[in-house]
Each structure stands twice: as C-alpha cells, then as structure tokens.
Design a protein around this ligand. Structure first.
Ligand SMILES: C[S@@+](CC[C@H](N)C(=O)[O-])C[C@H]1O[C@@H](n2cnc3c(N)ncnc32)[C@H](O)[C@@H]1O
Length: 344
C-alpha cells in the first residue's frame, strides 16, 4: 500500500473517533453516577451482571451493554469462569465515586451541563479582537458565575481537589526538596486547601496559608496546620516565606499573570524567598505522552476562561521576567505539570 492510501485508511478509521467522540465521556459519567465501580468493591471486588443490575437499579440488558462497552475500553474485566466483573486500575482511578485516589469528581465537573455549555460556543473565543465562550453563555466570567452559584462552585472545587490530591503527591515525590527550609508557605488560589493538607503532612515544618476567593474559603474544611485566608490576588497577597501557585496563572492573560506574579514576588523575602509555580509547559515540536493532554487543556482554557492559555517555555520566560524575577529554574516532572521556581 502506498503512503497516500495508508493515510486515507487511517483517516477513514479516525473520522469515527470524532463523530462519536462524546461517547466515552457520556458513558463514563453514567457509570460514575450509577456507582458501578463502588458497587463492585462493596461486593468484595467481583459481581455478576444480575447482582450488579439489582444493586444499581438498572435493566440487566441495558447495563450489560454499558458493561460491554466499558470492558472493551479497559474499565472492567469479565472473568470467564465466574461470569463476574471486577474493577481495573482505570476504573479505580476514574469511576470510583467515593475513592480517595479517584478523579471521578473532576470528570463530573468537566462533563457537567454547566461546563459543557461553553464548548458549544467555542467560536466566540476565536472572534477577532478576542471573545469568550464562557461569557457568551453566562454573560460573566467563571469566577463571578461560581461566586453566585454555590452548587457550581462546589462541583468545581471538588473536581479540582480530586486531581490536586494526586498532583501534589507526585510533586512531593519528585521534587519534595523544594519545600525544605520553608516556615510559612502561602498557596495562592489554593481552592479548598487540599494541596496544603498534603504538603503540611509530608513536610511538618511547613505552616500553610490557603489563600483564595471568599466564596471558596468560606466552605473549605478545617485542616490542621493550615489557615484559610480570603482575598483577591489582584489586590493583595499576604506575606510568607514562599508562595506556591498552581493551576491559577493558566486561567489568566499575560498582563494579569505579570500583575499577580509581581505581587507574589513582593510577598516573599528578597534574599531567601521563592515563588513555586506549578503549570503546564508546552514544548512545541517535541511530542511526549502528555502532549495531547496539554494541548487539550489549552482548549479547556479557551472554553472556560477569558484570556487564559497553556504557555510555551518562551511565553513563561516573558511573563516571569516581566514580573521582575531575578532568576528561575524549570523542572519537568514527567506529568502534565512542570515546576518553575522563581527567585525575587
Ligand atoms: C484552577 S483552580 C486551582 C486550584 C488549586 N491551586 C489546584 O491546583 O488544585 C484556580 C483557583 O484560583 C482561585 N482564584 C481565582 N481568582 C482568584 C483571585 N482573584 N484571588 C484568589 N484566588 C483566585 C479559584 O477560586 C480557584 O480555587
């Protein structure tokens, strides 16, 4: 077969992935809502279709088709000898509604009607002179919308927190030395404080200040060693030995990033302070296993924020230097995140 016909054959197969591209998300969401993975666990790790159908109140034939699809995609295993389904690492990570290590709340948030609506208006974000898909739907930006809709705010905070658990454990494991010698660590836009919960547990010498918008911190749980402080990072950032800021700057324009980073720089001691930025770095022309996710995340920024974006190394360089930092280092930790440590 010549190169042209190989490409045509590949295209013929790929078109179906786009035409029915919504299917995996919709079925996974359905499985989380039905608590299929949780039910399998509560039945000792293996359950037959009739028992599962009765436990999750479903028609056995419809549930059988859902299980066939999800088993085909690696979510469950069907054991031939017992005719029972068991979970796989994928279902335990993504489908368990009530698992400490599960990111099901993240999927439920991204796949919610509220967060999906702006995707139908994505074109608005590509308007000449700039526009926003989120604003085209809701008439305001996400943060204002969330501050007036507690259910959406909770959906978002729970979703982000479920991922933060995994992310901060990876960061502590791969570059935990970044927290050495820090007495007081301020997490700017720290959400419900999950990140600081893990940092203060792993590094007991650290005292945490979780800084976020009033509607977020007022419902955040109490955490030993962590103080919640409400505020607006564009107005004032409290002083600390070091600032941690993860997945906050990508929501913002370059000018907004420089404004916030300048305030972060001024909040830490000039000689010994540091600002630890955890974000995606897009490396153009260099593909790795996370490239697709990083580029997808950039589209999420387009759908859900006003001027947010995932940045290349060169774009981060501009923003960090523009905020007046004297030096910085970048460490790629083999995930969607890189750790940028900037010195005032
Ligand atoms: C994408 S979430 C990231 C949360 C957390 N850092 C994490 O990675 O798990 C962005 C956070 O920034 C907070 N935020 C947005 N605007 C803010 C502002 N003006 N001042 C303080 N926090 C803000 C949001 O409430 C939200 O918790």
């Amino acid at each position: 077969m010549d190169a042209k016909s190989i490409k045509e054959e590949k295209a013929e197969l790929e078109i179906w992935q786009y035409i029915f591209g919504f299917t995996p998300v919709a079925v996974v969401k359905c499985a989380i809502e039905l608590e299929i993975a949780d039910t399998i666990e509560s039945h000792g790790g293996a359950v037959s279709l009739p028992d599962l159908a009765s436990a999750v109140c479903c028609s056995p034939s419809a549930l059988g088709r859902i299980m066939r699809y999800l088993t085909h995609r690696g979510f469950f295993e069907l054991h031939e000898s017992t005719h029972k389904y068991s979970n796989t690492p994928l279902s335990l990570r993504l489908l368990l509604k009530n698992g400490a290590n599960s990111v099901a709340p993240f999927l439920l948030m991204e796949a919610s009607p509220e967060m999906l609506a702006p995707w139908h208006r994505l074109r608005a974000s590509a308007a000449p002179g700039g526009g926003s898909a989120f604003r085209a739907v809701y008439g305001e930006d996400f943060w204002d919308y969330a501050s007036q809709n507690p259910a959406v705010s909770k959906l978002f905070d729970d979703g982000i927190a479920s991922h933060a658990t995994r992310a901060i454990c990876e960061i502590i494991e791969r570059c935990g030395d970044v927290f050495e010698g820090i007495g007081c660590l301020l997490d700017v836009g720290g959400g419900d404080g999950t990140t600081l919960r893990y940092i203060t547990e792993a590094c007991p010498w650290v005292r945490g200040i979780n800084f976020d918008l009033p509607h977020v911190v007022c419902v955040a749980p109490q955490i030993r060693g962590v103080e919640h402080v409400a505020g607006d990072m564009f107005k004032h950032i409290p002083e600390a030995d070091a600032v941690f800021i993860k997945w906050v700057l990508h929501d913002r324009s370059d000018d907004e990033c420089m404004h916030v980073l300048k305030k972060c720089r001024e909040a830490v001691p000039k000689e010994t302070g540091k600002v630890i930025i955890v974000e995606t770095v897009i490396v153009e022309g260099e593909e790795d296993e996370y490239s697709d996710t990083k580029l997808a995340l950039d589209m999420v920024m387009m759908a859900h924020t006003e001027k947010g974006k995932e940045r290349t190394f060169e774009e981060w360089d501009c923003v960090i230097k523009g905020a007046g930092f004297s030096s910085y280092t970048v460490k790629h930790i083999g995930s969607i995140f890189s750790i940028i440590v900037a010195c005032p």
